[in-house]
Design a protein around this ligand. Structure first.
Ligand code: FES
Ligand code: FES
Length: 144
């Protein structure tokens, strides 16, 4: 239907014109994570200051779902507090598992486009990979 088509366009746009692809300069933390089922990997760089995600960039090799999700994720978390970013990751994970989420879809922005992926269990790992990397990164940061 039209909504699925729109979602597919949003995903392809992020895949072809990734936001925040590359490397951060200055102080940042780096997380490398791979998807064991396919070997694809993502490198995420985060600049966290005073419990706030000031900047985020990613690089790596992966399928259109994982890379578009990384693009959307970096866009979504920039400027958010660490707490908000982790909460958003939980919401996204629920969305991918086809669970009801108690959130205004508009607040999710582009990341809602990935909910169609929830119909394909093998691809859910692709979509959540960048979010898991982000969670691991902020956990390590807080442990320091
Ligand atoms: Fe992994 Fe396309 S490269 S499914
Ligand atoms: Fe490897 Fe999607 S197929 S991350």
């Amino acid at each position: 239907n039209n909504l699925d088509q729109l979602y597919r366009q949003v995903i392809m746009d992020h895949y072809k014109n990734p936001r925040n692809k590359g490397a951060l300069e200055g102080d940042h933390l780096t997380v490398n994570m791979n998807n064991p089922t396919c070997g694809d990997r993502i490198e995420l760089q985060l600049q966290v200051e005073d419990d706030k995600v000031v900047d985020a960039k990613f690089d790596g090799e992966g399928c259109s779902i994982s890379l578009s999700s990384a693009s959307m994720m970096t866009q979504a978390i920039k400027g958010k507090s660490v707490e908000e970013a982790v909460k958003m990751s939980g919401i996204f994970s629920d969305l991918m598992q086809g669970k009801e989420v108690d959130v205004d879809m508009d607040d999710l922005g582009d990341i809602q486009a990935l909910q169609g992926v929830a119909k394909f269990p093998a691809r859910i790992k692709c979509a959540t990979l960048p979010w898991k990397a982000m969670e691991q990164g902020v956990e390590e940061e807080e442990a320091e």
